[in-house]
Design a protein around this ligand. Sequence first.
Ligand code: COA
Length: 349
Amino acid sequence: MPQTRIAGIGYYVPSNVVTNNDLLKYMDTSDEWIQERTGIKERRYAHRTDETTTTMGVEAAKIAIERAGITKDDVDFIIFATISPDYYFPGCGVLLQRAMKIKEIGALDVRNQCSGFVYALSIADQFIKTGMYKNILLVASEKHSFGLDFSTRGRNVSVIFGDGAGAVVLQPTEKENQGILSTHLHSDGESAEILAMFNPGTHGNHWVPEPVADFADAPIGEMFMSHEMIDKAQNFPNMDGPAVFKKAIVKFPEVIVEALEKNNLKASDLHLLIPHQANLRIAQYVQQKLQLTDSQVYNNIERYGNTTAASIPIALCEAWEQGKVKEGDLVCLAAFGSGFTWGSALLRW
Ligand code: COA
């Protein structure tokens, strides 16, 4: 059975740099608070009208396709991971297919939040291993700047997130000991509301910790997204940051060790760990727990913030461009996020 390798990789971030101090225009925060708690110095925000989750994904995809030495006409399946899609439906997969004028192949949308890329990679891996597809284009892109509460009320969430896109082309390889060695996916829906965006949704106040509106009296149709929800700023993400932090520092190391053990490897064998860029303090904790050196972990959250599904492919691409990932290197990708969902992928470059 062939293994799956990353044949081409690319990323795109908007040119608009937004520093921590720039956020002072909108909310009561400080550069010091943000850097100390998260490690973030700046992030990118997409152009309000000219750039979307899909258009950023297209830019990253073009680079990945070129680097894979193929053309868009060779792509036989599209997977698009995002939680900030251009439309509620249809998903960005078909929008990317249309924008890139790719033929009528399948397009799948994955919405697994910060674990989206790892989940999508695992899906692609199954399709490649079984021989169903030969050139899967996997894109992860987020335009968070369009859906955050920029008032002081939303500051614990809004300072963290940024926009950007990453893409890979996945192909089969018959080379021994090359490509994805294993992927490991997990979830725990018990904590779904700890990091969630409830609206628009069909929950009718079920599950939601604080009822968002009086649905009983809402005119039919307004239950999905009412004026009241917007007035109360209930159309933005909610997060219990400390609770996310506590769970993340347990599950990140756990799922990395799971991948290593599955392959009879140790943390010291890793050339590079690319953790999802949630918070620099989380990444540093994981590094310490696994006793990894600075050169074994790649972080770029200080420049981009948390770009959710896009963070791993952006970081992996940067690391590769900087010569930090070379043929034969053992690379671990690990993610944790809303759901909670988490996962890892171990690969030999
Ligand atoms: N600027 C200034 N003050 C802020 C702030 C901001 N942007 N956001 C929150 N605060 C304040 C709070 O209001 C609170 O004030 P109070 O003590 O007067 O009530 C104080 O800072 C501490 O808030 P808390 O939420 O306990 O801070 P924290 O140390 O846990 O840091 C996070 C907050 C969000 C940075 C941290 O919890 C975190 O990173 N969690 C993980 C989040 C994550 O990774 N999410 C993505 C998952 S993929």
